[in-house]
Design a protein around this ligand. Sequence first.
Ligand code: PLP
Length: 419
Amino acid sequence: MASKLAHAWSAAKKTLAGGVDSPVRAFKAVGGNPIFMVKGKGAHLFDIESKRYADYCLSWGALLFGHADTKTVSAIKKQAAFGTSFGTATELETALATEIQKAFPGMARMRFTSSGTEAVMSAIRLARGATGRERILKFEGCYHGHADSLLVKAGSGLATFGSPDSAGIPRELARLTTVLPYNDEKKLEAFFKKNRDLACVIIEPIAANMGVVPAAKGFLKLLRSLTRKTGTLLIFDEVISGYRVCYGGAQHLYGVSPDLTVLGKIIGGGLPVGAFGGSTQLMSHLSPQGRVYQAGTLSGNPLSMVAGKSVLSRLSKKFYAGLNARAEDFVLRAGRILGKKMHLSVHQAGSMFTFFYTENPPVDFSGVRRTNTKIFRRVFHGLLRQGVYTPPSAYEASFLSTAHSQEVLEKTLDAYKHI
Ligand code: PLP
């Protein structure tokens, strides 16, 4: 008789495209069938066969206090009883925005969306509308959601123009995006010598979508100075790093201020959300004040706003010291265990981390691509068997939450010993 999991997978494939609503969930990168979860509590997920997993994916970094956090759930319940969507202005949006401004003072004005993708897409449109320019620059290995202008890869050879990285993206649109290697100062300088007509540059200041790869401080400073000199807007995509690495995000950590910041994940407390913001002057280009159109039926959704507020109002500079120290200790000890068995580079930023199976710490996507993904798959399944769920792709970050008690972490360390 087929197991419940096998049955669920077969039923999903008959209804959903490829059986999933987001490709990475299909486990293609690691092999085997995806796990169907039914419940989360604290640091743990439970699948439909009642197996428990210590979760280090945490809804791709969205959950800072773990699953079904009591305060977040109670805020959602209270709001749900008052209504789930009004399609009108609410004070809940102002309340969350005010909270965000405490940590991100550069977001003097902001706007909420329903996803990170939407926020990025809107920020790019705003940059194009405000500058009157069309070309944009991004970096290899950074992910900014699935908007057409950003699903673009570097053109071949020395080509400045990008080409589509997915079927369905017009070549003419992809040509407006240039893709450069992350952390390569020389190529960045050479590029800006010849190209002074960009609307914006978008970057994950601490990349977390090729595994965790922080930008070199010099690289971000150079980027800030070149963008300023050429009237190019600088967008920091802090959808992951925002409330993950410290209070104030990577921009605070590096002391580099972008023109526009994009947030998501944690700011919705596990509900759908995105936000983008910048100076009052820049944001005034958005409709209804300005001529850049941007909208959303569920933007600023009441449930997302109260869930986000419940999370963010508990955060402060001090909050991160404890969580980050716990993560550092855990990562160091897990790294020692794995390092005895295989080549390893450990990358950590705040409470997110990646174990790269290589001797040479990657600083860009070409380095990440050279890491050993066979070993990654072995470790992934070795952990999964023992009830530890990590992101099912070698090119992702793992996360810790405050619900990951020392007891949970010790058990996970034990699992690393038995891979
Ligand atoms: N930007 C970054 C840095 C992300 O990691 C993601 C998603 O993982 C996005 C944007 C897109 O966000 P969403 O999946 O909410 O559309």
